[in-house]
Design a binder for this molecule. Structure first.
Ligand SMILES: *[C@@H]1O[C@H](CO)[C@@H](O)[C@H](O)[C@H]1NC(C)=O
Ligand SMILES: *[C@@H]1O[C@H](CO)[C@@H](O)[C@H](O)[C@H]1NC(C)=O
Ligand SMILES: *[C@@H]1O[C@H](CO)[C@@H](O)[C@H](O)[C@H]1NC(C)=O
Ligand SMILES: *[C@@H]1O[C@H](CO)[C@@H](O)[C@H](O)[C@H]1NC(C)=O
Ligand SMILES: [Cu+2]
Length: 548
């Protein structure tokens, strides 16, 4: 690869570079609102487009498409047969959708990508025979979706593909081997877990035949009933961080051993149905990839009038004695969505201030204001406020995803069963885009990248073209983002890793080293950003693999 790029650069000529500049939509500048813009501190929140189906789950498939998955229920979007659709492919460039057919009920399911790029959806709930729908039971289902850019891809469901157990509200995490871990859940689409329906086990997809279903006592009495959709993150040392209720462990899933029990997170239980949110903070070679987890929000108790929690806890798992450092969450918020932005900061959107997660008006008082968390600032200086608000309540069954262009796509909200577009908090089909302040900086100009090799091997150094604003001090970072599978305030497999890099003296090219190992970023695709003076480039899709 290195040899190849050097050969390529030696044949590189200025006219080609000029051509690349004039083709790029961001050459003129992303700063389109004049020098008096206040958007440089607030960003913008713009509503456009409709999701067709309620966005209970969403996952970014590639540079232009988002896969939206609801459960089998009435929706605005209909299939050609006149029956309600419950999945769509949303096109970011045109704000339109294409309906997709499914056979099994995806109610409160999970998902992730295999290392080869296939999206896998796991689990769901009871069959449905209303609204003309004939959805089959989905509790054990494993569904495939191969992303495409040409409007032809469809769901593939094979009756032979089944998990060993029914799983409603399971969590999926991508593993360094390119397969998936599927953890927990219950056997009934219900509101509160209990012993008779609990599924305290994990399994792998594709199945690891020698393992089958592995018993996992952490999801029994100690975390009941706050143990559905546990928070799971793959750590740089190959172990998993697993959190439910207020408890967490570091777990060696290869050997089925609890490596460490962590202290309880102070405050309310943070998992469903009290529902806070969790983020693995960006991994950074500057501190040898120390793993830090941030968990925010939740609710006091399972009551429609209970108060949302306004605290966050952060823990450094590589500290000699890990402990939770408490911080404010600025606003009380349950059911928040924490998304890693293009620059490695964390935007928190969606959620509300009263109630608990579930249907039937259990949640109230939407939190309309985003906040941005800057992980590398000192405590008390991490929260950025004064951001552009929404007017749309985004509560139970809402989602958010950072986009390749650095905006955040926000959709969903449905606490009505069956759907009701006239309720106090209606079943919501409108899409919004939150553009963070980093997209409105007059200086430096947004960096540009070109000729980025599409396929990278772990630890290899690649070289490609950059265009950097000359009139600005050097403060250049390179980051790689995987946005993950968004549902119920979880962002399964979401992660961000900063990459080592060297800008060439002539400032027209950059050497970037791929993540050194798959425990930092499991095989598959991500979006690569160059960040100059806090301003991110447009992301470019790269595929990181174990070999060429
Ligand atoms: C935002 O823009 C205004 C007007 O140009 C400027 O006065 C202010 O310093 C800018 N703020 C930031 C944070 O860049
Ligand atoms: C990825 O791997 C899975 C499991 O082995 C397989 O079913 C699927 O077809 C593969 N996808 C591609 C694009 O090769
Ligand atoms: C659409 O793209 C996929 C790969 O993304 C390809 O396999 C398929 O043949 C394409 N179909 C058409 C009709 O171009
Ligand atoms: C975070 O701060 C440390 C210490 O100042 C610095 O070495 C590191 O480069 C910073 N990381 C990022 C991504 O800004
Ligand atoms: Cu749900």
């Amino acid at each position: 690869m290195i040899l190849f790029t050097f050969l390529w650069l030696s044949s590189f000529s200025l006219p080609i570079f000029a051509q690349f500049l004039s083709d790029n939509p961001f050459v003129s500048s992303s700063f389109s609102n004049g020098p008096d813009s206040t958007f440089n501190t607030s960003g913008t929140m713009i509503q456009t487009g409709r999701t067709g189906v309620t966005a209970m789950h969403a996952v970014l498939l590639n540079e232009n498409n988002i896969l939206i998955i609801d459960k089998a229920e009435w929706n605005e979007a209909q299939l050609d047969s006149g029956v309600s659709a419950y999945s769509c492919e949303y096109h970011i460039d045109t704000n339109t959708y294409r309906t997709l057919a499914l056979q099994t009920n995806t109610f409160c399911s999970a998902g992730g990508f295999l290392g080869n790029g296939t999206m896998i959806s796991t689990g769901g709930a009871e069959g449905v025979g209303k609204w003309g729908l004939k959805a089959k039971k989905g509790h054990q289902a494993v569904r495939h979706f191969e992303p495409c850019l040409n409007n032809t891809c469809e769901w593939q469901e094979y009756s032979a593909n089944r998990m060993t157990n029914d799983r409603w509200y399971p969590t999926v995490e991508q593993l360094p081997t390119g397969d998936l871990l599927i953890l927990g859940g219950s056997t009934v689409g219900t509101k509160v877990n209990r012993d008779e329906i609990n599924v305290p086990s994990y399994e792998f997809w594709p199945p690891r035949p020698s393992r089958g279903k592995v018993h996992f006592p952490f999801l029994e009495a100690t975390t009941m009933p706050y143990n559905l959709y546990p928070f799971v993150f793959l750590l740089p040392n190959g172990h998993l961080f697993i959190f439910a209720s207020t408890k967490s462990i570091i777990f060696d899933y290869e050997n089925n051993v609890v490596v460490k029990e962590l202290p309880d997170l102070p405050g309310v239980p943070r998992s469903y149905p009290l529902t806070g949110g969790a983020v693995l903070l960006p991994l950074d070679p500057a501190n040898d990839y120390q793993a830090e987890i941030l968990i925010c929000g939740g609710s006091e108790r399972m009551n429609a009038n209970s108060k949302a929690d306004a605290t966050c806890g952060r823990i450094n798992l590589d500290a000699p004695t890990p402990r939770w450092e408490m911080d404010t969450f600025v606003y009380p918020r349950l059911m928040p969505d924490g998304v890693l932005l293009a620059d490695g900061s964390v935007a928190w959107v969606n959620g509300c201030q009263r109630g608990w997660a579930g249907y039937k008006q259990r949640n109230h008082d939407p939190t309309f204001t985003p906040v941005i968390y800057h992980p590398n600032h000192s405590l008390k200086h991490r929260w950025q406020t004064g951001l552009a608000e929404t007017t749309i309540a985004r509560m139970y069954h809402s989602v958010a995803l950072t986009l390749p262009d650095g905006r955040v796509w926000i959709a969903g909200s449905n606490n009505n069963d069956p759907p009701d577009v006239n309720a106090e908090y209606p079943t919501e089909f409108r899409v919004e885009y939150f553009s963070p302040p980093y997209l409105y900086q007059p200086s430096p100009a947004r960096p540009l990248l070109s000729h980025v090799p599409p396929r990278w091997v772990y630890g290899a150094t690649v070289e490609f073209l950059v265009h950097l604003d000359a009139a600005h001090d050097e403060d250049i970072k390179v980051g790689l983002l995987r946005t993950g599978f968004s549902t119920h305030s979880l962002h399964m497999s979401q992660r961000y890793v900063f990459l080592e890099h060297t800008v060439a003296p002539h400032r027209q090219s950059i050497h970037v080293t791929a993540p050194p190992r798959p425990t930092l970023f499991p095989p598959g695709k991500g979006f690569l950003y160059i960040i100059h003076g806090g301003v991110p480039s447009k992301g470019v899709e790269v595929d990181i693999q174990l070999s060429e």
